[in-house]
Unconditional design. Structure first.
Length: 522
């Protein structure tokens, strides 16, 4: 934003994956929106807010076609909060004023997830008429889109495009293949440090949460009202640990748990992805909207991936779309997790029917819809949207030997044969082994003040990305939190019209919490 160049909403890069990582640089949630117009010792270091309390200098946003009511502002924050005078970076927010100013409740800061998700693009889409938020929220709050450090309109993370685009095998079968994986990851990390400077080493969620408090202060809000989706729940829960006295109405939807080791995370997420893909197959075999209806969809999926294992499938649309021209079986198994995040078609995209369409097209030799994106340059926004630097800061792999990674890979591949053991958590384990930068926010349990106000947590029982068990573990770490369960499919619940979304709206607008233990069917 600093250079004043316009940014296209249509081409705004989405975050890579449902909550944070992996090789496909798209989180389906923001993909669909774009197509329509992402340690305890550190916590103990202190809870002072960001060094900036500057009032936002609002000006026109660099998104073409947005109304004048949508405005953007740039805030200056320290790169390293332990040494705030050494270097600074910029984070960008946008604001869409409450539609009913007479009943305005304040500001609601929104993070759509990722890591790599652009909150400013999220709110910008609402401003041009895409109905993302409920009418109650839209009427009563100034919507604040938040681009975390390194993402979207904020100062970007840059890395070597050549290394970023290089396909890697997440399941090395020999020690020499494992050494190549480690060497690749190390070289990519060093390129991020070279291109991005100290920001690459401080692109962690504790720093993002501290930046968020700078946003709150700049907005002049005494407390933070916040809607965090997917990876945005980690930002929100860390904020709660750092600034418990500054919590307003906070909703954490699709919860990421940050205290588990690598093996536990991989096993949990691999299982829920496998189960949800199986449920997709059952649905698809009977649904009129599924192009694979009656054609054994799970067999079609596994046969297609096996075919691509033997010989990658062309993706002719990638000549213009900026994705890989050949799609492997690994790519197909990765991307299927994105494509089953949301069951019903709507503002989040084509829904489960979209995976069937992608498979059908790939069967006929066009795997474009299943191809990972490519970066055109070292500063291509798709790199920042990948969230890789955040993932390796927050989830450094604890399985760092060939024997360990090979054993984990063999376990999940045998236990979860539909997905081949691939999940976002496994991708992080493979992509972060050998990562050269110090992890400033490794997994740890939260220690949150018992004086914290109530937080509303929401999770679906069949979420293929953020496992329901993660929500239950995080719920125990957040005093006075209420866990609202949606009995059903899909990642997050705010985009599913129904009783669960109504309950979220009631809390944000009226402060009304559901009873503890509430389970809803939609």
């Amino acid at each position: 934003m600093a250079d004043g160049r316009p940014v296209s909403l249509r081409h705004q890069p989405p975050p890579r994956r449902p909550w944070g990582g992996g090789s496909r640089a798209l989180a389906t949630l923001t993909v669909a929106l774009v197509a329509l117009i992402g340690c305890s010792s550190a916590l103990a270091a202190g809870t002072a807010t960001a060094a900036t309390t500057e009032a936002p200098a609002w000006r026109a946003c660099p998104y073409p076609g947005v109304p004048a009511a949508l405005q953007c502002a740039t805030l200056t924050v320290p790169v390293d909060y332990a040494h705030p005078a050494r270097a600074s970076t910029h984070v960008v927010i946008d604001r869409l004023p409450a539609a009913d100013p007479a009943h305005r409740l304040g500001s609601l800061v929104v993070d759509p997830g990722g890591p790599g998700g652009s909150g400013t693009a999220f709110v910008a889409h609402e401003s041009v008429g895409l109905p993302i938020f409920t009418s109650g929220v839209r009427d009563d709050y100034d919507l604040i889109g938040y681009d975390p450090r390194g993402v979207g309109l904020s100062d970007p993370i840059s890395c070597s495009a050549a290394l970023f685009n290089q396909p890697i095998d997440y399941f090395p079968q020999t020690r020499s293949a494992f050494r190549r994986l480690v060497a690749h990851n190390r070289a990519l990390g060093l390129s991020c440090e070279h291109d991005s400077g100290p920001l690459a080493a401080h692109d962690d969620t504790i720093s993002v949460a501290r930046d968020l408090d700078a946003v709150r202060a700049a907005l002049g809000e005494r407390t933070l009202n916040y809607l965090g989706l997917s990876y945005g729940t980690e930002i929100g829960s860390l904020y709660a640990a750092l600034f418990p006295h500054r919590i307003g109405r906070m909703v954490l939807d699709g919860n990421l748990e940050h205290s588990l080791n690598t093996r536990a995370m991989v096993l949990d997420e691999s299982h829920v992805y496998e189960v949800e893909l199986s449920r997709w197959g059952t649905w698809c075999d009977h649904a009129k909207s599924c192009s694979l209806r009656g054609d054994h969809p799970l067999q079609a999926f596994t046969r297609l991936a096996a075919r691509a294992d033997r010989r990658p499938i062309p993706a002719p649309g990638c000549a213009k779309a900026g994705c890989r021209s050949l799609v492997t079986g690994q790519d197909i198994r990765q991307d299927a997790q994105d494509l089953i995040l949301f069951k019903d078609a709507g503002v989040t995209g084509p829904g489960w029917a979209g995976l069937a369409t992608a498979i059908r097209q790939a069967q006929h030799g066009n795997a474009t819809k299943l191809s990972p994106p490519r970066a055109a340059s070292d500063r291509d926004p798709v790199i920042a949207g990948s969230g890789l630097t955040v993932e390796c800061q927050d989830f450094p792999t604890t399985i760092d030997t060939f024997a360990g990674l090979h054993a984990l890979g063999a376990l999940v591949r045998s236990r979860d044969p539909l997905t081949g053991g691939l999940s976002q958590s496994y991708e992080i384990a493979a992509q972060c082994v050998g990562w050269p930068l110090t992890a400033h926010n490794p997994p740890h349990r939260l220690h949150v003040s018992s004086q914290i106000p109530p937080i509303l947590m929401v999770n679906a029982t069949h979420d293929p990305s953020t496992a329901y068990v993660w929500a239950k573990v995080l719920h125990r770490q957040l005093p006075h939190s209420v866990l609202l369960t949606r009995r059903g499919d899909g990642h997050t619940s705010y985009f599913n019209p129904g009783a669960t979304r109504t309950a979220i709206d009631a809390f944000l607008v009226n402060g009304t919490l559901p009873k503890p233990g509430t389970v809803l069917d939609n």
